[in-house]
Design a protein around this ligand. Sequence first.
Ligand SMILES: [Zn+2]
Ligand SMILES: [Zn+2]
Length: 137
Amino acid sequence: MYCGYCGRLLRRCVCHEPGSDLARFMARAVREAKPRQRSEPYKRAVPPQIKRRERATLRARHERWHQKLSDDFGEGCANCGATESLVLDHIIPIAKGGRSMLDNLQLLCAECNRLKGKLVIDCRDFTSARRVTGDND
Ligand SMILES: [Zn+2]
Ligand SMILES: [Zn+2]
């Protein structure tokens, strides 16, 4: 049996222990979401060694994804609702075979992205649920 978040054997998994990255990540989701504002222009991290034209293509694609995700799921972090320092997060990390495609991406703030690390957590349902019920459960 394997953990759905970290993919390790359940007896090796520490996801469900207090103080784990998963616990801290989930704790952020129940904070009161800040009011949504216009997002800042999205700053993409594209390695400098990539040629200018490829960089422009990647940037345009990331811009489209970012826009689509904020249209569909709201303009904040899918986990905590923060509107600062948003990044495109791979729900299934690339290291675990996740692909750079829209259905594997969600907007997370830098802090939630850091806590999520290589865990597999799809937060996009959180935001839809939050929007429908109007609370953070
Ligand atoms: Zn785990
Ligand atoms: Zn966040």
